[in-house]
Design a protein around this ligand. Structure first.
Ligand code: D54
Ligand code: ZN
Length: 278
């Protein structure tokens, strides 16, 4: 297991970042390393994102020094969403089967968490998001049919999409974590346009189901100081609370979004008119 610590950047500093510096601070190039767990610890709201990609043997979630606890979830909650083949997450001896697009919420205090693939030839890819938590909520398996399903956007603006909300106040209890995924229809390429910010919460995206030779132009930055990063399949971005987070793909794709901060609202976004972006 490896953990990469990313400190928070002030928006005034980010105005001067070149491409490599932007990518070093805000892009996670390797989320899934076969047979390993890779984590990135962001100091924005202390969100940890990463991937568990088990092959023939199970992978255990241990507590690196950055977490400061005996066990990873001693003071944290965890969301797991599978974007690979079928697999299992074992939490304190209880095994949960996750097909692709299934999600598991693991409450604070779970001591032993491990990940297995059902078939090493078609390995599971568990995307992980963990945030500090000060109460224990029940661990719950959320299959795709349990998610809240929204269908915003239009073909004319190339943003017709399905949003599946899993770790969401109407679906499951959590302390501060919200998590789900969004899938664009063929021919639609824009996510989150018009853009928004929510300084109350940071956000992270994992782009997936994107063809290997295609890319997403991910837009970030203050609304009048936008920058972009070119993102490939199964790469993640960290979105600071002050930043827009919108993407335009060279083809349709999906992405897992997750947020942490002062509330779990989806209704308080600060929208930015397209004409006001710079
Ligand atoms: O604050 C909410 C997040 O940015 C995502 O839920 C947005 C999203 O999935 C979309 O517009 O497609
Ligand atoms: Zn957002």
């Amino acid at each position: 297991m490896q953990i990469d610590v990313r400190h928070a950047s002030h928006p005034e500093a980010v105005r001067g970042f070149d491409t490599e510096t932007l990518r070093r601070h805000f892009l996670v190039e390797t989320v899934f390393a076969p047979g390993d767990i890779r984590l990135t610890y962001s100091h924005y709201d202390r969100m940890v994102i990463g991937g568990a990609a088990p092959l023939a043997t199970a992978l255990a979630l241990t507590a690196p020094k950055s977490i400061g606890q005996e066990t990873f979830l001693a003071e944290r909650e965890l969301g797991v969403l599978n974007v690979g083949g079928a697999g299992r997450v074992i939490v304190d001896g209880t095994s949960y089967s996750l097909a692709k697009y299934d999600c598991l919420y693991v409450g604070r205090g779970a001591a032993d968490v491990s990940f297995e693939s059902a078939d090493a030839g078609s390995p599971a890819k568990f995307y992980l998001v963990s945030t500090p938590a000060h109460a224990g909520h029940p661990t719950v398996l959320l299959t795709r049919d349990k998610a809240r399903h929204l269908t915003p956007g239009e073909a004319a603006t190339a943003n017709k999409r399905s949003i599946y909300q899993y770790i969401h106040p109407e679906v499951c209890q959590s302390c501060q974590l919200t998590m789900g995924f969004t899938s664009l229809e063929t021919g639609s390429i824009w996510n989150t346009m018009p853009s928004h910010t929510h300084d109350r919460r940071m956000e992270a995206y994992l782009y997936f189901d994107l063809d290997a030779d295609q890319r997403v132009f991910h837009f970030m930055g203050e609304p009048q100081q936008t920058r972009h990063m070119l993102v490939a399949n199964e790469q993640a971005i960290i979105s600071p609370p002050w930043s827009i987070h919108s993407g335009a793909g060279t083809k349709n794709y999906s992405f897992i979004w997750a947020m942490a901060g002062d509330n779990k609202s989806f209704a308080d976004m600060d929208h930015i008119a397209i004409g006001d972006l710079r």
